[in-house]
Design a protein around this ligand. Structure first.
Ligand SMILES: Cc1cc2nc3c(=O)[nH]c(=O)nc-3n(C[C@H](O)[C@H](O)[C@H](O)COP(=O)(O)O)c2cc1C
Ligand code: SF4
Length: 465
């Protein structure tokens, strides 16, 4: 079946589609065809209507616009949770910004997107950049911020160029800059591109990098809300988090909440990769069963069965198939099952996958990406990789299982940032659910090779003859 037929099949079943994915009730991907990213196209999709609603529209009671408190209250009501990884409530985060602070305050968008498996933010910036810009302007208004930056992953230069073009359009139309839409509110937004280090996605490392320094995480507290960019109060949100905001302001917090489930408002974009027929980005309401998402992605590769899933990017603990098939795709359900929804990168593994090999690959990544500031992470990630590597290469020892758990114990919770936890958690989960695969390889390494039958042996004399 070709891509067009696949889309046709989904259209026939009432599932909304766009040029590169299949969605249910999309709020961010709605109406995208891969080319209609420009300002005029976005305006035709109700673009910047939310900004007009808060700055210029007069409501039925004759009141103009929305106050900062009203915007924050609407976002709180929507139960929007940060789409960057931790799922922190966005409205609550915005309320931490000390609005009366007399000096400069900053807004930062985290488009670093380095988590293996995640590929949604780059699509948002390529195909719907104005929705991110509008979300940022609304956030800046709500928190009384006048300067913002979008920190864009450095390895994909096109997204940076596209975002710059969209910024120019927004400035020319009066949506950005001084006295936006004739109001008293001004906001300057700039694009900045990183250099491709995974650690620069961690919010304080990102701030260091944005300041032109080496991208290494800061000790917390103080948190960015009080000591952020250049030491000033700063709010950082993920690209998809900002992109969700215009819909919320246009339709109300309650409407957004109702699309998802309690405490998990709205839709979420899942980057489905691995052993499925149609990998891609899928936007579906939070709370949708995992089985439905798998179905949208065409199911597990033909002739194979589902073995395991990493539900939220490489740092999320793996879950076996039977647990995953009973989960719904939302923050609370996945946490209850023992993992994390994280960035929404769903890595599907079928029965042909070796868990030891998969863990070896993951451990190598974390060893490579450790910034080296703290000893447990710098030394421990290398240790984890070396032990998993020797098990995989047939040189494991029975004590290696305890050793892996002990090294993971000594990393988790003992580091400056969560990269240490991200390296330790997959190890513990793999051992918890797939211990038998590690033990089988270790046992094979321990079993002495049987002696060759007499006639098969070659004497030293014969060899040298
Ligand atoms: C090692 C590491 C890498 C991260 N990478 C990203 C990233 O690429 N994008 C992102 O939005 N958040 C990333 N985060 C989470 C951010 O620190 C931060 O929590 C997030 O940007 C906040 O936005 P949100 O509240 O909208 O989710 C990362 C965290 C860690 C520890
Ligand atoms: S946990 Fe690792 S990545 Fe994070 S600050 Fe420490 S050494 Fe750097």
């Amino acid at each position: 079946m070709n891509a067009q037929q696949v889309l046709g099949q989904f259209q026939a079943t009432g599932v909304q589609t766009c040029f590169h994915g299949r969605h249910i009730n999309p709020q961010i991907y709605a109406g995208l065809d891969g080319t209609n990213w420009r300002l005029k196209d976005y305006e035709a999709r109700e673009g910047y209507a939310a900004l007009k609603k808060i700055l210029t529209d007069v409501n039925d009671a004759g009141v103009k616009g929305l106050t900062q408190d009203q915007v924050i209250a609407t976002v709180k009501e929507s139960a929007l949770r940060g789409r960057g990884g931790a799922g922190f409530p966005t409205g609550l985060k915005w309320s931490f910004m000390p609005r009366q602070f007399p000096g400069q305050k900053y807004l930062v968008c985290n488009s670093d997107e380095g988590e293996p498996g995640t590929c949604k933010d780059r699509d948002l910036l390529m195909y719907n950049p104005h929705q991110v810009i509008e979300g940022m302007i609304i956030a800046a208004y709500a928190m009384g911020i006048t300067v913002g930056y979008n920190y864009i992953h450095g390895e994909i230069f096109q997204t940076y160029q596209r975002f710059e073009e969209a910024l120019q359009e927004a400035r020319a139309a009066g949506y950005l800059g001084d006295r936006i839409l004739g109001s008293n509110f001004s906001f300057q937004l700039h694009a900045s591109h990183g250099f491709g280090a995974y650690i620069c996605g961690e919010e304080t490392a990102l701030l260091e990098s944005l300041e032109g320094k080496k991208g290494q995480p800061r000790f917390k507290p103080p948190f960015p809300a009080s000591f952020g960019l250049y030491g000033k109060p700063t709010t950082i949100n993920n690209t998809e988090t900002f992109a969700a905001v215009p819909w919320i302001i246009r339709n109300g917090g309650q409407a957004f909440l109702e699309v998802g489930k309690p405490n998990n408002g709205g839709t979420k974009i899942y980057s489905v990769s691995g052993d499925v027929e149609w990998p891609g980005n899928y936007e579906i309401p939070l709370g949708t069963p995992f089985s439905k998402l798998l179905e949208l992605a065409g199911g597990v590769r033909k002739g194979r069965t589902l073995k395991a899933v990493i539900p939220g990017g490489s740092s999320a603990p793996v879950l076996p198939a039977d647990i995953m098939m009973n989960c719904t795709m939302d923050y609370d359900s996945i946490a209850k099952a023992g993992s994390m929804l994280g960035s929404g990168a769903v890595i599907v593994m079928d029965d042909s996958r070796s868990m030891v090999e998969s863990l070896k690959r993951l451990s190598y990544f974390y060893m490579h990406e450790s910034c080296g500031q703290c000893t447990p992470c710098r030394e421990g990630t290398g240790w984890l990789w070396r032990v998993v590597d020797r098990i995989h290469n047939g040189h494991g020892k029975p004590s290696d299982m305890d050793l892996l758990n002990s090294v993971a114990d000594n990393i988790q919770g003992r580091t400056i940032c969560a990269l240490g936890d991200a390296a330790a958690m997959p190890v513990r989960a793999m051992i918890k659910h797939f211990r038998h695969e590690f033990e089988a390889l270790i046992q094979r390494a321990e079993t002495p090779t049987p002696a060759l039958p007499r006639e098969g042996r070659v004497s030293n004399e014969a060899r040298s003859a």
